[in-house]
Design a protein around this ligand. Structure first.
Ligand code: GDP
Ligand code: ZN
Length: 370
């Protein structure tokens, strides 16, 4: 039963238990003590959209808005709440709203550095406890890439766990394992096959109540498959139905921090997915060198690999020198990179607009010198 929805839970459970099921622990409790004395409450951010937030709290789900003070004091994007953050709130349960006063210090964070006039930091996931570094055991397996993910994980403050996926496609498991062990000393390594449902029970220890997990890994390694498996068919139910009453309708409510049937919390934000893709853009493109060179051999630069004459891709697919699955992964990566680039442009445009707005406001407010 989903106990986090509805006001009645406050009577049934202590606040602490409700918060614990959302990932609350002593660490945050200590940080919050001073605020508690002043009558504040806490909530955990499950979604951010244009600086409007969804959060879960002892009052169930609330819509959050940052206070003017928080906005005024923010020096950059990292000072605004991100998915996974614990925020200090003044709830208005009757309106299902809350004002967000401040963010409790993050225990861990994944961020992207955004280059602009100044380097800004965009938090893509906060307070992740365990991060699964997913690497596939097929042709995409790449030990250097794994090293980079490990660095990313260590830097985040989350505890890395290596998940080697698609075990069913691997013929030399022992050799692969030895390779991974050599670069990941002390890091747990689990071999799974979502396709065959094997090895998944090894992940159970990380899926306990209140533990926050996230997945990183390049496109096509099987993250979505794993997420679906972990969340099971219960996902929709857990993700929003209130027991019995009409407000149970928001089953389709979108959240980027969700509770798994096991009681663990999973963060899956577009930013987390982009994180690796930007890396892919910088250095991991090499993973698709073979496909790139085939594409370059097409007669037309803008070949869509559909009906164009002289299309090297269709030839390679036909003669088997390029696997359809590999080409699909390639296309998926291309689409995702295009998406990231588009988002980045939108963001830059929005920033520019905000900057000018601020400048013109500053000018208006400027008082003449005496
Ligand atoms: P993502 O891009 O990391 O989210 O990867 P997906 O979950 O979309 O998986 C990419 C492809 O790999 C899909 O066609 C999946 O069906 C396939 N796949 C995922 N897990 C396994 C597995 O354990 N074994 C095999 N053979 N294929 C898998
Ligand atoms: Zn082509």
């Amino acid at each position: 039963m989903n106990q986090l929805q509805g006001e009645s839970v406050v009577n049934q459970q202590t606040t602490y238990t409700v918060l614990q099921s959302l990932g609350w622990n002593e660490y945050f409790s200590k940080l919050f003590a001073a605020y508690a004395e002043q009558g504040y409450h806490v909530g955990r951010i499950t979604l951010e959209h244009k600086r409007i937030y969804r959060l879960l709290s002892e009052y169930g789900e609330l819509l959050g808005e940052v206070t003017g003070k928080l906005r005024f004091e923010a020096t950059g994007r990292e000072d605004f709440p991100a998915v996974g953050d614990w925020v200090v709130i003044k709830p208005r349960p009757e309106e299902q709203k809350a004002s967000i006063h401040t963010i409790l210090p993050r225990k861990s964070k994944f961020s992207r550095k955004l280059a602009g006039d100044t380097v800004e930091e965009q938090i893509v996931a906060a307070n992740v406890d365990t991060v699964f570094l997913v690497n596939a055991l097929n042709n995409d397996f790449n030990i250097r890439r794994m090293e980079r993910y490990l660095i990313l994980a260590w830097e985040s403050g989350a505890t890395p766990v290596i998940v080697l996926s698609k075990a069913d496609l691997c013929e030399d498991l022992d050799a692969r394992m030895a390779e991974v062990e050599s670069i990941a000393i002390g890091v747990p390594i689990h071999v799974v096959s979502a396709a065959q449902g094997e090895g998944l029970d090894q992940l159970e220890p990380y899926l306990g109540v209140g533990n926050t997990i996230a997945l990183i890994g390049s496109s096509g390694v099987g993250k979505s498959t794993l997420i679906n498996t972990l969340s099971g068919t219960d996902m929709l139910r857990v993700n929003g139905v209130r027991g019995g009453d009409d407000r149970g309708r928001h089953t389709t409510t979108h959240r980027e921090l969700v509770q798994l049937p096991s009681g663990a919390l999973m963060i899956d934000t577009p930013g987390m997915r982009e994180l690796q893709l930007l890396e892919a853009d910088e250095g991991f493109r090499g993973a698709f060198d073979d496909v790139d060179s085939i594409v370059e051999a097409c007669r037309f630069n803008d070949c869509q690999h559909a009906k164009e004459p002289g299309c090297a891709v269709r030839t390679a697919l036909a003669d088997g020198s390029l696997e359809q699955a590999r080409f699909d992964s390639y296309l998926k990566l291309q689409r995702e990179l295009a998406y990231v680039a588009r988002k980045e442009n939108e963001r830059l445009a929005a920033n520019e607009k905000a900057k000018w707005k601020k400048i013109s406001m500053d000018l208006r407010q400027r008082k003449p010198k005496r």
